[in-house]
Write a protein that binds this ligand. Sequence first.
Ligand SMILES: CC(C)(COP(=O)(O)OP(=O)(O)OC[C@H]1O[C@@H](n2cnc3c(N)ncnc32)[C@H](O)[C@@H]1OP(=O)(O)O)[C@@H](O)C(=O)NCCC(=O)NCCSC(=O)C[C@](C)(O)C(=O)O
Ligand SMILES: [Mg+2]
Length: 359
Amino acid sequence: MPASQSAKDFFRPLAVGAPTPLTEIPFRPSRAIHFFDPSNAKMAAKIPAMVGTVDVLLGNLEDAVKADNKLAAREGLITIGRETDFGPTQLWTRINSLDSPWALDDLTALVEGIGDKLDVIMVPKVQGAEDIHYVDRLLAQLEAKAGLDRPILVHAILETARGMANVEEICGASPRMQGLSLGPADLAADRRMKTTRVGGGHPGYLVRQDPATGDEAGINAARTTYQQDLWHYTIARMVDACAMHGIYPYYGPFGDIADVVACEDQFRNAFLLGCVGTWSLHPKQIAIAHKVFSPSVEDIAHARRVVAAMGDGTGAVMLDGKMEDDASLKQCLVVVRLAEQLAAIDPELKKQYDAIEVG
Ligand SMILES: CC(C)(COP(=O)(O)OP(=O)(O)OC[C@H]1O[C@@H](n2cnc3c(N)ncnc32)[C@H](O)[C@@H]1OP(=O)(O)O)[C@@H](O)C(=O)NCCC(=O)NCCSC(=O)C[C@](C)(O)C(=O)O
Ligand SMILES: [Mg+2]
């Protein structure tokens, strides 16, 4: 909430006739946010059949859509939105950046055309709360005009140093804020990092084992190196800012489509640190995201054992030589609840989770 605003006004609609803002952002499984270019006929044709196979389908209008295709992408998304029954699958979009020639018409046309179908609007290159305030008021006006009965939520991509510095105020700028994603490519450029990739690690970012001896021979001898995670600090900051404001953090894009192994590692780091999902740029990344962002059968089995062993949830017990108490129980409940929420929308996962025997 902006410092100058009173608490009672924070949850008031920003336009007469706009839907009432939500006081809590409900958790909806969104392990993979699958990007497609609605101006690409081949890709767009695949979208209706992808309903139910991925938690979120996102019609991308920003980077990766050619400037000449911006209008076709916007119109294409409206057509797909109107003609497709999305069932349990969420429909999101990424609009063009707020300083671009397209953002205003993106918002106006999408809310009018498919505002009743759109769950979340992703806003790229968010710099501070002022960007969210602009979108917030405009959306309220457009929702009122379109007669919508539920607010469209807003998701910010962190892809500038200023956006990172303002991450907490961005998360708290509006009751519409649903979550954050990392934009590693733009963020790297803005920070003047020396990477040339879309997300993932870098072999030069490492620590090296100490030399066995302090002389030249020891220094030049083979020494094990350990590649470090370039995105650790950024993801951890995002996770804290989101948790503080009751909204949801996501990893983002992994551009090396062929390297499914490193993609899985990067996604898992984000999952373990607290992210609820990631992006998929290519159909083959959906399965990786589902695997990583659904707790494993082993983790659920362990979590359920701890819940059972902890009885009323207080005190300390020994399980397999390890101490469990109120705090480890809370962690286990995070896993158990997530498993229940995912099982409710994913019949395959439900079968696996239901078959777990708690020993
Ligand atoms: C990577 C690309 C070029 C490879 O495209 P390709 O055609 O070379 O791939 P393929 O393996 O040959 O494709 C096989 C089949 O799958 C289809 N296909 C392929 N992709 C998709 C898809 N996403 N959804 C649905 N279908 C898809 C494709 O059309 C083809 O169909 P076909 O068998 O009938 O010929 C392509 O997958 C693509 O354009 N993906 C989306 C890229 C994108 O959205 N990028 C923007 C997000 S990342 C970003 O912006 C950074 C950020 C956050 O801003 C920052 O860090 O700053
Ligand atoms: Mg970007």
